[in-house]
Design a protein around this ligand. Structure first.
Ligand SMILES: Nc1ncnc2c1ncn2[C@@H]1O[C@H](COP(=O)(O)OP(=O)(O)O)[C@@H](O)[C@H]1O
Ligand SMILES: [Mg+2]
Length: 278
């Protein structure tokens, strides 16, 4: 069912418009190879979340085609139990808002939900939940209600739940939102470990820090919701003119011509826009 060597994702001319809205995404094309760590960069409203929702087949593109592992996907496939299982066991999505993802009465049940849904027996699902809890250092939270956890704890639980079905591809929307510096370093370490384990990671962010720490490749959406750059993360993060045009930085270069903060080889003059990425 999954031809070997096919890219994890292939998008061709993908556009999306919400009802009565302008284009939220405009003719986007790219491929994501297996094992890549890709950061989807763009200012607020550029269409990052829309793109991830389309890749998670939560909605269908208005135009264009999305293939996962060589097979065209659309929300229709989720109505077929076998296809739905095929897709959901390969692609996991970590929501921006953990509260929208976590709904079980306890963390343990939350961790068991995905494995049970994919057909594991209860004792196997429970074993899987406890293994994950150990590797995420959340064993002490197992009997707690997810909605009562701190932001950092929720993020850990949400990522653990996504990994509970061992997907090869992990889609994440603004994974550092609301994390304190310690939780952010934990997340960066975790992404390095997942990448080293061969996972394909696609994360939407406006955090250039996160992109610089973990990405192999960056895809930039401009304010017109089209793709404005796609290439090695290092080269893209050094292209200040591009980042400024995409509203990802504000260099102050014109206000203070002799201001060394604007020097293109330092990161000192960079400020990402927006607070929560919604
Ligand atoms: N549920 C929705 N209904 C209508 N418009 C939406 C909805 N979600 C997003 N949009 C609009 O689509 C555009 C892209 O939004 P989004 O994908 O959330 O961008 P980003 O995640 O990059 O901030 C924005 O103009 C936004 O206002
Ligand atoms: Mg968003």
């Amino acid at each position: 069912m999954t031809p070997a060597g096919e890219p994890a994702f292939s998008l061709r001319g993908v556009s999306y418009a919400y009802a009565q809205g302008p284009a939220a995404l405009s003719e986007v094309s790219f491929e994501i190879g297996r094992g890549e760590t890709v950061m989807l960069l763009g200012a607020n409203g550029a269409g990052k979340s829309t793109l991830l929702r389309l890749m998670d087949v939560l909605m269908a593109p208005t135009a264009g085609r999305i293939c996962a592992f060589g097979r065209e996907v659309s929300p229709d496939i989720l109505r077929d139990a076998a296809l739905s299982r095929w897709f959901r066991s390969r692609v996991g999505f970590v929501f921006q808002d953990a509260d929208a993802q976590l709904f079980s009465p306890t963390v343990e049940e939350e961790l068991m939900f995905g494995p049970l849904h994919l057909g594991l027996a209860a004792d196997q699902a429970r074993r899987r939940a406890h293994e994950l809890a150990a590797s995420f250092d959340i064993e002490r939270l197992m009997d707690r209600a997810p909605f009562r956890l701190s932001g950092g704890e929720k993020r850990r639980v949400a990522l653990a739940c996504t990994l509970a079905v061992n997907p090869g591809v992990i889609l994440m929307d603004e994974p550092t939102t609301g994390l304190d510096p310690k939780s952010e370093s934990w997340l960066i370490d975790m992404l390095h470990q997942l990448a080293a384990a061969g996972k394909t990671i696609v994360a939407a962010t406006h955090s250039l820090h996160l992109a610089a720490e973990v990405a192999d490749r960056a895809i930039v959406l401009g304010s017109g919701s089209g793709l404005v750059a796609d290439g090695p993360a290092g080269a893209i993060l050094d292209d200040l003119e591009l980042l400024e045009r995409a509203n990802l930085i504000h260099t102050h270069a014109h206000a203070h011509d002799d201001d060394s903060h604007a020097h293109p080889h330092t990161h000192a003059g960079r400020h990402t826009h927006g607070e929560d990425g919604r």
